[in-house]
Design a binder for this molecule. Structure first.
Ligand code: GLC
Ligand code: CA
Length: 554
């Protein structure tokens, strides 16, 4: 297998709005990030993925971009950006930008022109269609509820928006659009950034003729039908030729609805498209039958089956990204661990062990390294995220769900769980801001915060630090072949890794009770690389609740 720096890196995702506020306006910003680079250096990460910092009216917190080459007012200036990039590089940390080019903001100048008249030269930058029998051009539903089409009076036509009406979809079939995007990417690369995370990049090639889709509920068709469309690989290969191949950068595609077979193309080892993709199957396992909203726990046996499919399926032919958390996912301890005071830290470490010992590039989402947990939402008024708010009203008002039944499900999966401010210390507002935070701080910051964890040896922070160090030390953790053990066991996630005759055993008890487990002979004399309960005797054959350890046999 070919060795590359991005295979050996650990990525840290920053959601700038919620990371650190330097000027007291309640909103995180670039100078805030710069002030925390030493914290990240201490954690040991190699790369920062920055959620969007471009100019935006913030309908979807920066994922609706009105100018790709200017910084959002609340986040600072281009000088602040340049300083942050230089300071990161001075510490050996790379910066990967979020590239949101499936759509722009409806306030982007391209869209303002496109909308102005039917014969505007930029008309074809977006999808404009006539209505059909007084209704939308097709039945597609938006990922954020409602129809994926919005009627625009100016020219008496509809435009397509797979996300919010303020996020019109760019028409990638238009070569001029592709050139605009590639030129913009080139200018960022010339500035010295280190790569791109590509937002919903699997959706850029729409099926020819925009046909109706199978119904996803009684109201709308499933716009997942636009994923992995007819020309998506062709367009990414073109992007690779025109831009990516000219720089030593890393790329990761956010590929909604990606299958293993499609991932082998997007992230192929020949390097003709992207370096790796985010798949979504494992984070969908605790959803309800019809949608993601639910209060279920993630079931362990299907999780093992799924992650194993990806581990083995991409081995040697493509490359995995490893993640449980990001700005769109609830906190993983609530899904897979135990948020109680007694088990929070040990379960956070167990989950981290399981993920960080796999083959692929691990992603740590801000606060994950502290074991941050979901927010105790009480009413729909506590939400900021348009996905949660829209879903609540669509499900209750249009589809007749009982609010009492649906609210806890939305609260449990809301993206706002990931977006509450970073918990730096136990001072007011967790040290995130001296002003009023844009989204409420989780009241548990008094006991869960970075200041405590950086100095406390047995903290979740120091455990992540050690996991990252191990990845930087042992090739087997990066490149070794993965093999699942005990596939049907409902409590234990046990797997091995193998490289050049060396072996690694990873044991995680994902239950809140004791379990018997004895490592095989070949590991009993091995070196324990990391463990989340120091005082136990591994060879007594008893695993404590959420106990995890890793043994290396030379
Ligand atoms: C991606 C982003 C998400 C955003 C959506 C639309 O899924 O991760 O936050 O809302 O795309 O841009
Ligand atoms: Ca600020």
């Amino acid at each position: 297998m070919k060795k590359t720096w991005w295979k050996e890196s650990v990525i840290y995702q920053i959601y700038p709005r919620s990371f650190a506020d330097s000027n007291g306006d309640g909103i995180g910003d670039l100078n805030g990030i710069t002030s925390k680079l030493d914290y990240l250096k201490n954690l040991g990460i190699d790369v920062i993925w920055l959620s969007p910092v471009y100019k935006s009216p913030n309908d979807d917190n920066g994922y609706d971009i009105s100018d790709y080459e200017a910084i959002m007012d609340e986040f600072g200036t281009m000088e602040d950006f340049d300083r942050m990039l230089a300071e990161a590089h001075a510490r050996g940390i790379k910066i990967v930008m979020d590239l949101v080019v499936n759509h722009t903001s409806d306030e982007h100048k391209w869209f303002l022109e496109s909308r102005s008249s039917k014969d505007n030269p930029k008309r074809d930058y977006y999808f404009w269609r006539e209505g059909k029998d007084g209704r939308e051009p097709n039945n597609w539903g938006s990922w954020f509820s409602g129809s994926a089409w919005k009627y625009d009076e100016t020219t008496d036509m509809y435009y397509l928006h797979l996300f919010s009406p303020k996020q019109p979809d760019l028409n990638w079939d238009n070569p001029v659009v592709r050139k605009e995007v590639f030129d913009m990417m080139t200018r960022w690369c010339e500035k010295g950034i280190d790569g791109f995370r590509m937002d919903v990049i699997s959706l850029i090639s729409k099926p020819a003729g925009l046909p109706d889709a199978p119904l996803m509920n009684e109201l709308y068709g499933d716009c997942g039908c636009t994923a992995n469309g007819p020309h998506v690989h062709e367009y990414l290969q073109e992007m690779n030729r025109e831009v990516l191949s000219k720089y030593d950068i890393m790329t990761v595609g956010e590929t909604a609805c990606v299958t293993l077979e499609e991932a082998k193309k997007y992230a192929n080892s020949e390097g003709t498209e992207l370096n790796m993709v985010f798949q979504f199957e494992h984070v969908g396992l605790d959803g309800d039958a019809e949608f993601k909203w639910s209060t279920r726990k993630m079931p362990l046996v299907p999780l093992k089956e799924n992650l194993t499919k990806w581990q083995k399926g991409l081995d040697g032919v493509a490359w995995n990204s490893l993640y449980f958390c990001n700005h769109d996912q609830p906190r993983v301890i609530n899904r897979l661990g135990d948020p109680s005071d007694e088990l929070r830290e040990v379960s956070a470490k167990c989950i981290a062990t399981c993920l960080h010992m796999m083959q692929g590039t691990p992603y740590v989402y801000q606060g994950e390294e502290l074991g941050m947990v979901n927010y105790p939402f009480r009413t729909v008024k506590d939400f900021n995220d348009l996905e949660s708010i829209n879903a609540y009203y669509e499900l209750t008002e249009k589809m007749g769900w009982d609010p009492k039944e649906i609210f806890p499900k939305i609260a449990n999966k809301s993206r706002d769980n990931a977006r509450t401010p970073m918990q730096w210390d136990d001072s007011a507002n967790a040290g995130f801001t001296t002003g009023t935070p844009w989204l409420a701080v989780n009241p548990n910051y008094v006991k869960i915060n970075a200041a405590d964890q950086v100095i406390r040896e047995d903290s979740v922070f120091n455990y992540y630090k050690k996991l990252i160090e191990l990845r930087h030390t042992y090739d087997i953790i990066v490149y070794g072949r993965y093999e699942l053990q005990m596939a049907e066991d409902p409590d234990l996630y046990v797997y091995t890794r193998e490289l050049d005759g060396h072996k690694l055993l990873v044991v995680c008890n994902f239950s809140d009770h004791e379990r018997e487990f004895m490592p095989d002979e070949e590991f009993r004399e091995g070196k324990v690389l990391i463990r989340n309960l120091d005082n136990n005797n591994i060879l007594d054959g008893i695993l404590e609740p959420y106990e995890a350890y890793v043994i290396y046999a030379e």
